[in-house]
Design a protein around this ligand. Structure first.
Ligand code: ATP
Length: 270
């Protein structure tokens, strides 16, 4: 069971250089997660507690998982990921048990960064309907908070949570000593998009006519994940055309295709 719901990576292969834009967010993550892991004595000497948990919030595909992986990589910490949705279980007590397992695995792999994606799945404001399922989700959340409260024994373990639905969160988890550092991870601006295009084409055979500033302008709604998809798709267009070099037109066609595919997906899900 553990293997299915928990992703454990000894040394994730994402570094800060792989992340485009998000300079401020990187800085904050470094201060709140990296510093306490690398120099805990600094906090002892000053006499303050490092933040318990950090919450990253913002639209999908903007680099939240990357930030968590990069900090684990930088600190040589084990990266342990679990999705909040995996903690929502049918059997009573199973969610809470998984939370205990999560911290147990982290203690066995110290230093460790625990990343809980989709935290809203277990930390959404309680709905009107008080079903037994709700109570179970509530218990899972309580278990998470109690693991976080045992901070002293937690040693070299840091917790990062992420959500696309900040508006839905139960404010109780944002209290001091819990997820008390909030970092917004927005969609990239023009400069960020240009950087992300450069990052994702590093290993690609791109022709001289490719203008990343122009692409960043045209793909003004794109997230980081969208830009990655554009680059891969542009490569596919070149392959289909039996070329090894990727042209500006390939990137433009790729963006059009990705937008069209997204519209189709929206239609189907309606
Ligand atoms: P979700 O909320 O959907 O889980 P996320 O914010 O965690 O999304 P990531 O998983 O970090 O997003 O990003 C998905 C992929 O998109 C990354 O593996 C990367 O290739 C690309 N990407 C996203 N944001 C950036 C960025 N700022 N710089 C470079 N690549 C990015």
């Amino acid at each position: 069971v553990r293997a299915r719901v928990m992703e454990v990576t000894e040394s994730p292969d994402v570094s800060y250089e792989d992340i485009g834009g998000l300079e401020e967010q990187m800085q904050e993550v470094r201060e709140t997660v990296e510093m306490p892991l690398e120099s805990p004595e600094m906090f002892d000497d000053v006499g303050i507690e490092p933040p318990s948990g950090v919450l990253l919030y913002g639209p999908p595909g903007t680099g939240k998982t990357m930030l968590a992986k990069a900090v684990a990589n930088q600190t040589d910490a084990t990266f342990i990921k679990m999705a909040g949705s995996e903690l929502v279980h049918k059997f009573i007590g199973e969610g809470a048990k998984l939370v205990r397992d999560l911290f147990k695995v982290a203690r066995e792999h110290e230093p460790a960064v625990i990343f809980i994606d989709e935290i809203d799945a277990i930390a959404a404001t309680r709905t009107e309907s008080k079903t037994s399922g709700d109570a179970e989700v509530q218990r899972t959340m309580m278990q998470l908070l109690s693991e976080m409260d045992g901070f002293e024994e937690r040693g070299e373990i840091r917790i990062i949570a992420a959500t696309n639905r900040f508006d839905m969160l139960d404010r109780a988890i944002l209290r001091p000593g819990r997820f008390d550092r909030l970092i917004e991870v927005p969609k990239p601006n023009h400069e960020g998009r240009e950087l992300i295009f450069q990052i994702h084409t590093r290993g690609m055979n791109v022709s001289d006519d490719v203008d990343f500033a122009a692409l960043a302008e045209e793909a003004d709604e794109a997230s980081g994940a969208d830009i990655k998809a554009i680059c891969t798709e542009a490569g596919m267009f070149a392959i289909r055309d039996d070329r090894t070099e990727i042209h500006m037109a390939d990137f433009r066609d790729a963006w059009e295709k990705i937008q069209a595919d997204a519209e189709d997906a929206d239609e189907i899900s309606k």
